[in-house]
Ligand binder design. Sequence first.
Ligand code: SF4
Length: 272
Amino acid sequence: CNFVNGIMHLNQRYTNWMRISTAAFEKGFNSFQMLGTIMIRLFKAELPIIEKAQITFYTEAKEILKPYEFAMGIYDKRDERARTIHDDDVDMFYGCVLCQSFAPTHACCITPDRTSLCGSINWFDARAAAKVDPKGPLFEIPPGECYNKDAGEYQGINEMIKKRSLGEIDRIFLFSGMEFPHTSCGCFEAIDFYIPEVNGHGIVDRNYSDVAINGLPFSAMANQTGGGKQMPGFNGISIQYIVSPKYQQYDAITQGLSQGIETVVWMNKGVK
Ligand code: SF4
C-alpha cells in the first residue's frame, strides 16, 4: 500500500499496521473492495507470473485465527529450511530497496545468516523474488572479496550500498551493531541497542509497550535507529537474525566473547 495515496502501512512478519487517512476517506476511498482491486492489480503488474488472485479482508478478530495459524505453520517450515544454510554455502547475496520510499539511503542486505530486518524476507525468498522479477526491488549482490569474515564485510555489499545510498554510506559490517552497522529503515522487528553502563546490549521488539532497561520506549529508540541512517549502538534487526550463529559476532569478538548472544544482558519477554 506504499503505492496508494492516503494509505500507510508498516509491515513486519508478525505485525501489520495500516492507516487510512481521513482525507482519502473523504475523497471516496470508503470500501475494502477498492483496496483489494488495487492490490490485485499491483501484484499482477509487479509479478507477471500471477494470473489470478483473490483477496479476503477479515474484520472480525476471531476469524483471522485459523488463517493466522496456517501462516505460522508455513513460516515455521521456511525458518527450518533457512537455518540449514549459511553465508559460506552460497555464492550470491540479495538486496531489497522496497523501503527506500520512506528511507532513501536504506537497502537491506539479505544473506542466509542475516534475514531482512522486517523479518519477512529470508535468503530463499529474496532469491525467488529476484528471479521472478529481475527489475523489481529485490536484486542480486555478488559478494566479491570478503574483507573481514568476523564482521561480515564484503566488497559487493559495500559497492551496492554506496550505489543505492547515492554515496551516503560506503561500508557495512553485516554482523555488528557498533561499527559500520547495517542501515535501518523503519520496519525492523526489534532493536539491538548498546548499554554503555554495562558494556552490553539489549534487545527490544516493537510490540513491547513499556520502557526498556535503558529507560527508553521502543518508539523513542526507533526514531534514533530508523530512516536509513547508520547508527552505531542502535541496530534494527529481525527476530530470526537473533538465532543466527553470526548474530552480531563482530561485537562479541571485540569484547572477548565468542557469540553475539553473549553480549545481550536484557531482552523483553516477547523476544524470549
Ligand atoms: S525491511 Fe528490507 S527487506 Fe523488508 S521490505 Fe524493507 S527494504 Fe525490503
